[in-house]
Design a protein around this ligand. Structure first.
Ligand SMILES: C[S@@+](CC[C@H](N)C(=O)[O-])C[C@H]1O[C@@H](n2cnc3c(N)ncnc32)[C@H](O)[C@@H]1O
Length: 223
């Protein structure tokens, strides 16, 4: 899968002014996290989840995104928060073990390639401290006719599923996105210890109801 599809910056820049994101933040999962914990929202968009965290008293918040327009909107809405535009994703300009918690909300869906997803998760593992928490929310493979036919259409146009995993598709407005099997997500997060997971129904950025999964996991603590 071409690297270009794993960083569709012009699509996300155009989306910055128009899209609303909705994956729900399940606050009970953060109940044990101190209010001054260093929290990174990777692929933060316009800062929606950071805004919710701030309203619940969290005070050490950082957002990172590939889209300069998303970061501009986020910074305008939240002048006191710290935001970073990623020039060479997934690389974060942060030392190892810099964060206590990393959120990854509806970002894997924007990164269709297996290898790009593996690099992204490895980078988040690097910047999390031992014992730190990863909270991911993303979309599962959908079983309805509309989705199954767009997975098949994309595979057909690209010479079969090959190394492009089943579940990649083109949206009506031109992004290449991916839905995931539970097995793939388990394999992708194999370096983390699972804590909890939940199935959620979300409205996608293009207004369709879809089934998502939220995963709470921990980077192994030092022994
Ligand atoms: C569907 S939006 C979700 C935004 C936010 N996490 C939320 O839930 O409100 C996906 C975001 O991921 C960003 N993104 C896409 N590919 C990325 C990548 N390779 N690295 C970092 N951010 C990326 C997009 O610019 C966009 O802001």
């Amino acid at each position: 899968m071409s690297d270009r599809l794993d960083t569709q910056i012009s699509y996300w820049d155009a989306a910055a002014a128009t899209k609303t994101f909705t994956h729900p933040l399940h606050l009970p999962w953060l109940a044990g996290i101190g209010k001054q914990a260093a929290i990174l929202d990777y692929g933060c968009g316009y800062g929606r989840t950071l805004d919710e965290l701030e309203r619940h008293g969290f005070g050490n918040l950082t957002g990172a995104d590939i889209s300069p327009a998303m970061i501009e909107r986020a910074q305008l809405l939240h002048p006191a928060m710290h935001f970073t535009t990623l020039d060479t994703p997934p690389s974060m300009p942060s030392p190892d073990a810099d964060f206590d918690v990393v959120l990854l909300f509806a970002v894997l869906t924007c990164v269709p390639g297996d290898d790009a997803q593996r690099r992204l998760i490895a980078e988040l593992h690097r910047v999390l401290r031992p014992g730190g928490i990863l909270y991911a929310s993303d979309l599962l493979l959908q079983d309805d006719e509309r989705n199954r036919s767009r997975y098949d259409d994309y595979a057909t146009l690209n010479g079969g599923h090959g190394d492009a995993s089943y579940g990649v598709f083109r949206t009506g407005d031109g992004a290449v996105c991916r839905h995931h099997s539970r097995e793939w997500l388990t394999a992708l997060l194999a370096d983390f210890e699972g804590i909890d997971s939940r199935t959620v129904t979300v409205s996608t950025m293009n207004g369709h109801e879809s089934t998502g999964i939220q995963i709470l996991a921990r980077k192994a603590a030092l022994t």
